[in-house]
Every structure is written in C-alpha cells, then in structure tokens.
Design a protein around this ligand. Structure first.
Ligand code: AMP
Length: 414
C-alpha cells in the first residue's frame, strides 16, 4: 500500500479535471473549493485505482468519494446500479444519498438509499424503477441480494464508508458477502477515520494495490472546538444542563447520553423547560428518526438529546454545541461526538459532564486526544458535593438514585 500525506490548501475544482456538468453541479451546491481530502483523494480516484481515505467526518469525505463516480457517469440505461456505497447507519445512508442527489450532474442519475427500518416494498419499488447508485447498510443490501431484488452485476464502483465503524458494529461477514458478489473488474474505495488491523485486512483482501490518502492522522481532535468539562454529581446533572443552556444559548446543540432510556428521561424533563427539543435513539421508528433528523437539519429542532446513533458521520452545519451529558466509555466516541460541531472550520463548543467517580474515564479521553480539557464552572452554582470526612469514620452515604440508576457518589478523583 502506498501512503500519501496531504499538506496545505488547494486551488479550485476546475484544477481537478472534472467534467463541465459536474463543475456546474458543484457550483449549484455552493462548493467553491475542494477540501484537502477532496483535493488529494479525487485525482487518485479519477485514475481508476483503489484508494483508501483516512479522514474524519466533516472534512468533505462524502463528496470526495462521490465526485469521481459522478464525473464518469453515463446513462447506460441498463438494469442494476453502477455504484454501491455501504455505510454503517441509516442516518449516514440517507445523508450520503442526499449528497449524491445534490451533486448529481444530471437529473437522470438516480440514487436509492436502502436501510433496515424502512418498508421493504418502498425500497423494492425504487429499485425496480432503476437507479445508478445504491447507498445502503450492509444488512439490508444483503437482504435484497438474497431475495434477488438487487443485482450487483453491473457495479464498477464500490465504496466502503466509515469502514472502521462498520467493522465495529459487526458488519464484516455481510460486507465480505457483498464484495464477493461485485464484479472483480471494479474500483474499490475505502473511507475510515482510523485504520486498525481488521480494516487493513479487509483492504488487503478486497482492494488492489490501494493508495492511502492520509489526512494528518495525529490530529485526532478538531482544533477549532473549545472543549471543557464540569465536575458534577449525577443528581445535579440536569440542573447543570439547564444552567449551561441558559448561559450558552446554543444555535443548535446535541446532548449525548449513553443509554436510550437516559435519552428519554433527559428529553422528557428538558422539554418542560425549553422549546424545540427532540430525542433520538435506535428504538424509535425509522420514519420518526428521519423526520427528527430533517427537523434538526432544517433548524426547527434546537436541542437534540441522543445516543451515539448520531455520534458519527451526521453533518448538520449549524451545531454550535455538543454536550456530553454522559461521557462516553470509549474515548474514540468522544472524538466522533464532538466532531458534530465545528464542521468545516466553524467554531464549536464541547462540554462534558463528568461525575466525581469518572475521573479515570476523563483522563483516558484526555490521553486519547492528547489534550487536557479545561474545567468549567458556573458562578454561584455548586455542581458537586466536595468529599467530606465523617467524624465517626464511616463512609459517607454512597449511593443516590437518579433516573432509575444507582450511582456511587464519592470518588477517588476529588
Ligand atoms: P462530510 O465530511 O462528507 O460529512 O461533509 C461535511 C459537509 O461539508 C457537508 O455538509 C458537505 O455538504 C459539505 N462540503 C463538502 N465538500 C465541500 C466543499 N468543497 N465546499 C463546501 N462545503 C462542502
């Protein structure tokens, strides 16, 4: 595998030898200049070779892998898609399909998103009408392949988007089955924030001499995001959330919780205090999830209380704040969550609520991002109870029930 390192900015899209209709589509989309990943990735992919792009979401990676295909697109008017794009979540699938529609150089170039949770019949009708690009989650794509409602015989362009995430979720067997059904004469592109061994093994097996476009791998956290944390007792988190929202007045904000039930709890309480609040997690019906994401993109929803279902890949430009109501157990998820703000160079604010006993977890995150978070405070508001020594030598009352959880109250961090 060859590795290329990207440095510095780049000129306009016309320098990338894109077709005039595609340049017009880019102009309509308001894209004036390629982002660094686009400037590096597109010329390589245009040569027809296999390419690995190591880039975070929010860098313009979707257009980077769509444009080379759209540039060569011809309306061949034969059944079956010419491109298949696999992505880990329904939301990402919808987003990629929207980007494809936006950048399509011709109105006849059709994209169909397919994902679990949406009615099979609806997808079938769209596939039957004919399309050029299929974007789907591996499970549902395989489902269509097994039922014979989708054929990949004509595919010549395959994209594995957020490959690390797809493998984390356990999609490896499905991905392999799908790849084995694609013609060997094809171009394969792989996008991934990280390249752990399982992703590299997949690349070795299914890609031909790929070049690796590596966008500053050390920069795992986004520089333009101000990151702070509050030390807070579990039972004061909600009160703190209200104070933070009042102080910060976010344009749009995602509030991350670790569990679906906690999302529901926070959502139900928050909507009593603030307008334009919504909740998002994997148990909600897909149609509702789509409506909520649309409402959030349109700016009708200001506060989105969510699980990690929106932690990756989802791009809403206007998000000014990310609040980690619960800090994630996996430090990598922290990076993905806070990456929802600060999109394409905009400034963003990430605030983490850390309970006294989560000191170690915070340290792990800091180690992972190679940066210390600043402690934040709200004047006049004490968010945690400092450790007190009891005179009789007994430990202080150790647990407080909150939202059905029982948590230890005193920790080794204070
Ligand atoms: P992505 O990393 O693909 O999720 O893209 C992040 C956001 O950047 C999306 O809203 C894209 O529509 C937008 N975008 C991608 N490329 C460009 C560009 N060259 N100029 C302006 N916006 C872009």
């Amino acid at each position: 595998m060859t590795t290329a390192m990207i440095v510095g900015p780049c000129g306009g899209f016309h320098e990338l030898s894109l077709s005039p209709p595609l340049l017009q589509a880019l102009d309509r989309a308001g894209y004036r200049e390629p982002t660094p990943i686009q400037a590096a990735f597109i010329p390589e992919a245009l040569t027809g070779r296999d390419v690995i792009g190591q880039a975070q979401t929010g860098t313009g990676k979707t257009a980077a892998f769509l444009l080379p295909f759209l540039n060569h697109w011809r309306d061949e008017n034969r059944p079956g898609p010419q491109a298949i794009i696999l992505a880990p979540t329904r939301e990402l699938v919808v987003q990629v399909a929207e980007e494809a529609a936006k950048l399509s150089p011709h109105r006849h170039c059709r994209t169909v998103p397919i994902y679990g949770g949406q009615r099979f019949g609806t997808q079938l009708a769209l596939l039957k009408r004919g399309c050029h690009i299929v974007v789907g989650t591996p499970g549902r794509v395989l489902d269509h392949l097994s039922r014979g409602t989708l054929t990949l015989e004509r595919v010549r362009y395959v994209v594995l988007d957020e490959a690390d995430r797809m493998l984390d979720i356990g999609f490896r067997p499905d991905i392999e089955k799908i790849l084995r059904r694609c013609p060997p004469q094809r171009q394969t592109l792989l996008l991934s924030a990280t390249l752990p061994p399982p992703v590299l093994r997949l690349a070795q097996r299914y890609m031909v001499d790929p070049i690796n476009i590596n966008l500053s791998p050390e920069k795992i956290t986004v520089e333009n995001i101000r990151q702070t944390y509050f030390t807070v007792d579990e039972d004061r988190k909600f009160e703190l959330l209200l104070k933070v929202c009042a102080r910060e007045q976010p344009r749009q904000c995602i509030i991350f919780c670790e569990r679906k039930r906690w999302v529901e709890d926070v959502y139900r309480m928050l909507r009593k205090h603030l307008p334009r609040v919504a909740a998002m997690h994997g148990d909600l019906p897909q149609s509702l999830r789509n409506r909520i994401m649309q409402g959030f993109r349109d700016g009708k929803i200001v506060y989105l209380v969510a699980t990690d279902v929106v932690g990756r890949g989802i791009d809403v430009r206007n998000i000014s704040h990310v609040i980690n109501y619960d800090i994630p157990l996996d430090p990598e998820n922290y990076v993905h969550r806070i990456g929802r703000t600060g999109r394409l160079g905009a400034d963003g604010i990430a605030i983490a609520f850390v309970t006294p006993e989560q000191g170690e977890q915070l340290t792990e995150i800091e180690r992972f991002i190679n940066k210390m978070l600043d402690e934040d405070q709200i004047p006049g508001f004490q968010a945690y109870t400092p450790r007190v020594r009891t005179t009789n030598g007994e430990a202080p009352k150790p647990v407080v029930p909150i939202f059905g959880r029982r948590i230890k109250r005193y920790s080794n961090r204070l």
